[in-house]
Design a protein. Structure first.
Length: 369
């Protein structure tokens, strides 16, 4: 029987509905399900998780989980994976999971499949459906490796009532605090200029991790960066073809560097990088000592376009090409299809009476509040 570890979406003292949806989906396949929760006063959640269908409950007691670094999250999750002997790890899609999940996958030397919109099984084999190419194509993927790390889009599945779980509670102790990066403050607006003058070497990378071959590429890239002794590593946010969102987090895990994700502003001073990024309801300011990895969000800077003379000169520059022996992919794309036509919008009512129904739909169906 397969065993799934689900990372609960617990925010502001509320266990979000997406957690129950993932449990219901796992129980549909008769999987053994464990849930790990980060937060305070977690004992009250145990009967709720059991009634939702979970078989094991891992609790990480912390006063303010949003202040934990992605590295600390990853280390706690890896403890739960080892104790539960999980075959797969499921995250619900949010900004933090896109940073944490690739770190977990890198530590497990396995794949992270993002933006999953459906999960099926066939002859004991897991099949995943996910969008690619800006959502214009759907990929049907066969998973050929265990364990596997999956990020599932919010609102994808339905909650099934009446499931039966069991109580098996374990506490996970927090590791030593990660001092390489810390959340400095949450602000409404942050404006600053980009200054890269303090960095001796800047490395910019892109594309995505689409299968296990991609992990090998990231490892090779990490080895090259170690040799460069780079102060700052800049990556893109996401590859539009594969929708991976993984390169930076995996690099950070493999290099032992802090990762500052989705930077909208960047400052460098005295060996410290400070970024701000958009979050739900505001902005975060995060600092980290260099060397570090930073993913660039749209609006980070105004691009400088090369003149024709510079383009012609670049053609004469030496280009080093390295050959890499790649492992088996770990997943197989079985087919690519067009997504179903999106349903038209609907009017839920008029006047103040419609507000209650609209809030209910935004919370329960759209999962945006």
């Amino acid at each position: 029987m397969k065993r799934v570890l689900i990372i609960a979406h617990f925010k502001q003292g509320v266990l979000k509905n997406n957690t129950f949806k993932l449990i219901s989906k796992a129980k549909e396949f008769d999987y053994q399900v464990a849930v790990i929760v980060f937060g305070s006063t977690l004992d009250s959640l145990i009967p709720i998780l059991i009634s939702a269908g979970s078989n094991s409950q891992f609790l990480v007691n912390v006063d303010d989980a949003k202040l934990l670094s992605s590295s600390t999250y990853s280390k706690c999750i890896l403890q739960a994976v080892a104790r539960f002997e999980a075959d797969s790890v499921w995250f619900t899609s949010c900004e933090s999971s896109k940073d944490i999940a690739p770190r977990v996958a890198a530590s497990l030397n396995t794949l992270c499949v993002t933006e999953v919109v459906d999960i099926k099984t066939k002859a004991g084999e897991t099949r995943l459906l996910r969008p690619a190419f800006a959502g214009k194509i759907l990929q049907n993927i066969a998973v050929c490796v265990q364990p596997i790390v999956i990020i599932i889009r919010a609102g994808t599945f339905d909650v099934v009532e009446g499931l039966k779980g069991s109580e098996h509670v374990e506490e996970i102790e927090l590791p030593e605090p990660d001092t390489k990066a810390r959340l400095k403050k949450i602000v409404v607006e942050v404006n600053s200029e980009i200054d890269l003058s303090d960095a001796d070497i800047i490395v910019s990378v892109g594309r995505g991790v689409q299968d296990k071959k991609g992990i090998k590429l990231v490892k090779e890239l990490a080895d090259e960066i170690k040799a460069l002794e780079a102060d700052l590593i800049l990556t893109g946010k996401i590859a539009i073809d594969g929708y991976g969102h993984q390169v930076a987090s995996m690099l950070g895990e493999l290099l032992g560097m802090p990762v500052l994700p989705t930077a909208k502003t960047l400052e460098l001073a005295d060996g410290v990088a400070t970024i701000s990024r958009d979050i739900e309801g505001g902005k975060e300011t995060i600092t980290a000592k260099t060397p570090c990895v930073i993913t660039a969000e749209k609006g980070l800077n105004d691009p400088r376009y090369p003149a024709l003379k510079g383009i012609m000169q670049a053609k004469r520059k030496p280009l080093e090409i390295k050959d890499i022996e790649l492992d088996a992919g770990g997943i197989e794309i079985l087919e690519m299809t067009y997504p179903a036509k999106k349903p038209e919008g609907r009017i839920v009512g008029e006047g103040p009476e419609a507000a209650t129904e609209l809030v209910k739909l935004l919370r329960d169906e759209a999962q945006v509040i």
